[in-house]
Design a protein around this ligand. Sequence first.
Ligand code: SF4
Ligand code: SF4
Length: 707
Amino acid sequence: MERSFEKEVELLRLGEGAIFHGEGILAVTKALLQSGVAYVGGYQGAPVSHMMDVLNDARDIMDELGIHIETNASEAGAAAMLGASINYPLRGAVTFKSTVGTNVASDALSNLASAGVRGGALVILGEDYGEGASIIQERSHAFAMKSQLWLLDPRPNLPTITRMVEKGFPLSEASNTPVLLELRIRACHVHGSFQTKANTPPPFSRRRALAEPDFDYGRICLPPATYAQEKHKVEVRWPAALRFIAENGLNELFAGRADDVGIICQGGMYNVVVRALQSVGLANALGDAEIPIYCLNVTYPLVPDEVARFCAGKRAVLMVEEGQPAYLEDALHALLRKADLQTRVHGKDFLPLAGEYTGEVVLTGVARWIEAVAPRGVDAAGVARSLASLTASKGQAAEALGALVPPRPPGFCIGCPERPVFSAMKLLERETGQFHVSADIGCHTFSALPPFNIGNTVLGYGLGLASNAAVNSMFDRRTVTVMGDGGFWHNGLTSGVASAAFNKDDAILVIMKNGYSSATGTQNIPSSPHQDAHKARGMSIERALKSLGIGWIKNIHTYYVADMKRALTEAMTTGYAGLKVIVADGECQLERQRRLRPQVAEQLKRGERVVRSRFGVDEDVCTGDHSCVRLSGCPSLTVKPSADPLKVDPVAYVNNGCVGCGLCGEVAHAAVLCPSFFRAEIVQNPRGWDRFLHKLRSTLIGWLQPA
Ligand code: SF4
Ligand code: SF4
């Protein structure tokens, strides 16, 4: 069962002239339907997972409009799907996170960009960069430059974001080039409103099918066509794109009184730039700024004439470009040189070379730049004073909170079924010594953090086993790879398992079968336990493994720590020389709770008897050595001061968050820890028998207590 987005789906039905209120990524989804898109697809990943979730829940709208929706097996599959736009006048959009997804998709994107498109092709990239990001810090800009894909980076407000989606398709068609639309994390989640248009059925669709296939050798990526395609990119497509961008005013110019200087920013940076100017008194509450701003809603390609027009007559400009390398700043230098303009270019000399451009970072950079260039009619010294005063109060707040707010690194959810596997590995290490673990991407990557510190390398989604290929033969004991079921279907089956089987690798693979792509919001995957009517059922990891000739497969329930340890020991020591696979079977607790909570609430409402388990620690027995905490890492298993004045160390304590997964008991048993853990049953809507038992037990315990 995936999370339902029924409320959001209703917003997709809004017609001409209505007002949409909501989140950025949902606005993008609505704009796609307004643009006459014929097909959509993608692969889940923050911060754009929401889009696929909503589209999947909006099947009836898709059916009415004749739009095909595909939940792609990977980003490569999503990008390749855009091939429908190469020969046919079909508008298509796919989505994935970047740069990790763009890396996976880049083969298809190169081919698509080379062949060129007839129908508009839009890739919505969740630019997962900065302090909230979960992946490698790189920029999508590089992909745009290398393959010549146009890159939109809209100003984070809903009217601009939706306008860029709607303009992205004709831009793509006018220049026969796929278009990337980059949405930073904050842009995806920004809230606002825009005036909607009616949804537009595509001219060709599942309801109005194409009659004839089209063959054009010029669109095949094979020499000599590829040579002609490269020439077409620079001689025809590029100039056509520049014309379209300029004629449609995709980039925005905001005039300002102090026009002897100016700020050029990526569209996505516009809000922080204006906020910085507001903070130092150089912009009003509506965002009207004293300093002119040239806002690049299209960051690739730059339009040389527009850039030159903005810079002409200015002493200096500040380029606000998040991330590195400084592609835009360097391009600006080159453009001004070619235009023979002497405007001084600043950017990374006032702003950091790398890292997210947060409000504070941009405020500091912009204020220091203003102080240095002293724009005409601006009190530069006053700006410096404003910055100093803002920084001072922030410093005081940080000092006051520093001691109170502990760091909160990410970690497994309470009761996560993946954690027990690492408890078992920790126990095994006591006997075998440490072994190399090739980790993968997913919730299980949190094992690299305390208390487990398990996982020596991470090379990419589904690439754990492939990354283990060389290291495996270099150790005197077997190594282990951990991969999620999402990673298995994405890339692990082919890049990892097929390769290990083909090469007869003596490797151990643990597949975390939690049932969903949990880290991205519990989307369904081919082996999910419940599928809706649009998806195939019964796709099995075990059968896929067997079909590749894997002869050593064990399915172990994750919470049985002792069994898991036994299976790992056997995998380490067996004479079987090929790939050994342990399928660690346990449903994602987040999804399980999401499924159970409404059921339990219903039962309680009906007055039915409900029993749930909670674990606890008897603090009289607990010695305070905390080995259970080191072997569990569950946020609910914590510590508290001991009531016993003779115990100096805090004792273990299970807080109210415990979902009774049972790991505490299992670990205490498997690790032969102290007997301080107990399992309690909480009975709601108790029956007569429950009340009688409770009374009996209380009386007995009362008798046994010292007077
Ligand atoms: S989302 Fe599911 S798999 Fe991921 S940490 Fe939480 S419980 Fe574990
Ligand atoms: S039983 Fe232990 S590991 Fe499971 S949820 Fe409760 S405290 Fe956490």
